[in-house]
Design a protein around this ligand. Sequence first.
Ligand code: ASP
Length: 316
Amino acid sequence: MSAPLGGIVPTIVVHGGAGRVAPEHHAEVVTGVRAAAERGRAVLVDGGDCEAAVIAAVRELEDREVFNAGRGACMTADGRFEVDAGIMRSHDRRSGAVAAVADLADPILVARAVMNGSRHCLLAGEGAAAFARRQGVGTFGREHLWTPKAQARYDEAIAGHAPIVGQADTVGAVAIDARGHLCVGCSTGGVLLKSAGRVGDSPLVGSGFHAAAELGAACATGLGEAIMAHVASYTALLRAAEGIDPDEAADEVCARVASTSVAGATATCGIILITSTGAVGVAHRSPHMSWAVAQGTETVVADLQRTLAPSTARRL
Ligand code: ASP
């Protein structure tokens, strides 16, 4: 999608995870990403900054139990919840992230607290939970994350009746505000039946998310182990900055990630990005990735898949 002519139009792009969405959830995930884009857009048109818009959008998605983030997160192999989240803004390159935090329902808020209230970028596990409590931020408690859907997925996967890779529903958002500042945020329960302590790409700068004034902001979803191998968010921004179409940049990196096999499983990948001039890129190599774009006051565009024109889609 090209940049609008005549100055920066405040824009937010959100995704609801690359993977396969069960038919009974198709409408719900699209409703969710649309609502999140509306929430973020409301902040932007009200004069709010990109950071506030991203937080509003990701919080909306964390609270919707159809998504694998916050309430609705997937479970570890031992039936617990450990979540990851990250946030980064372009104007000062500050970032904050949390990894493998148990029973935290709103990890994006703790990630923001790490960015704004600590001298670190990434806190993990017990230390992150202790930091959150000291800061008075974050909602803790298994009851705030557990859902019948996540329990059913866990039970089926443990019984060997469902694939454990390729399930969708991680969330992310990128925004550019009227000043041209950019921010990205993402939040996830990770991958189903992950080992205790496993950390994916979502709290890792460059892989799960990236923002820089000269590049833009990007967010990745899919199999974290493969996304890390390609430093996917940073690489997509670099390719777009080289002048190729932002959709094509996102798709090219998704294709590279999807060609990576991790422990015998084929990876999935989705990427959303906004360049420093406000151009939007959305692509995925997975059966589905719910996504939504709100540009200025234009009608929100949202869908379950993004099909690129053959001339845009990169073939590896
Ligand atoms: N990237 C996430 C992870 O590997 C999962 C996802 O995006 O679906 O933790």
